[in-house]
Design a protein around this ligand. Structure first.
Ligand code: SAM
Length: 202
């Protein structure tokens, strides 16, 4: 079943103006954003072609945010290392600066201006939407749809507005375990649970 992940991204410069040598500092924790993407879409020697990742970038001021949608069935040039993944994302953000609509900056990777609130609202309306949070109920006991659409946050907690929207949506809140984990660790555990429930054919 198709899986969809939405990561709320809060501190990455939207114009891509950061160096690949400082992903955690000047890159606004792009290191972890890139890890989430590669964790979500790569396997040992393959890609997860049934998974799609949306990165929803929050603007610093009043301007538009950005969304980057990465389609596991079409993506190319995605490798497991965070530096080359960050380079793909940086390229997309730089390309988005002069674009007023969606741009496929590399195969399977589309960047577009986005209203983060509208995009999050649309995502939580998807069938099987869930919110991953350490205060949620145990994923292991969740018996909802296996092809799910999961929202999680980057190293910064969801903003007050995002939290209000998520709480107001009424979607299930799920926890993958009792500890506060890094976002990429949460993705590993979530995907593993879904893999166990729906083992691959081979
Ligand atoms: C690095 S955590 C946020 C910081 C964390 N709240 C803390 O106090 O250290 C990033 C995100 O991963 C998700 N997350 C972390 N631990 C989780 C868990 N045990 N179950 C589900 N989601 C989790 C949440 O979406 C969280 O906002």
């Amino acid at each position: 079943m198709p899986r969809h992940l939405l990561l709320l991204v809060h501190t990455v410069p939207l114009d891509g103006a950061f160096t690949l040598n400082d992903l955690a500092g000047g890159g606004g924790r792009m290191d972890e954003v890139a890890r989430v993407l590669s964790t979500a879409l790569t396997l040992s020697n393959d890609l997860r072609r049934d998974a799609t990742v949306t990165l929803l970038f929050h603007p610093k001021g009043d301007g538009p945010g950005r969304s980057i949608v990465v389609d596991g069935s079409r993506v190319r040039y995605l490798n497991p290392d965070e530096r080359s993944t960050a380079a793909l994302l940086k390229n997309a953000l730089v390309r988005s600066v002069l674009a007023d609509g969606p741009v496929e900056s590399s195969p399977g990777l589309t960047v577009a201006p986005a209203d983060p609130r509208e995009a999050l609202e649309a995502f939580v309306r998807r069938a099987g939407a869930v919110w991953l949070t350490e205060s949620g109920s145990p994923l292991r006991a969740y018996d909802g749809p296996i092809g799910l659409s999961a929202v999680l946050s980057d190293p910064t907690e969801p903003t007050a507005a995002e939290r209000e929207l998520l709480e107001g949506s009424g979607i299930p809140r799920l926890s993958v375990g009792p500890r506060a984990l890094r976002s990429s660790q949460v993705v590993d555990l979530l995907w593993n649970e879904l893999d166990l429930r729906e083992p691959p054919d081979h």
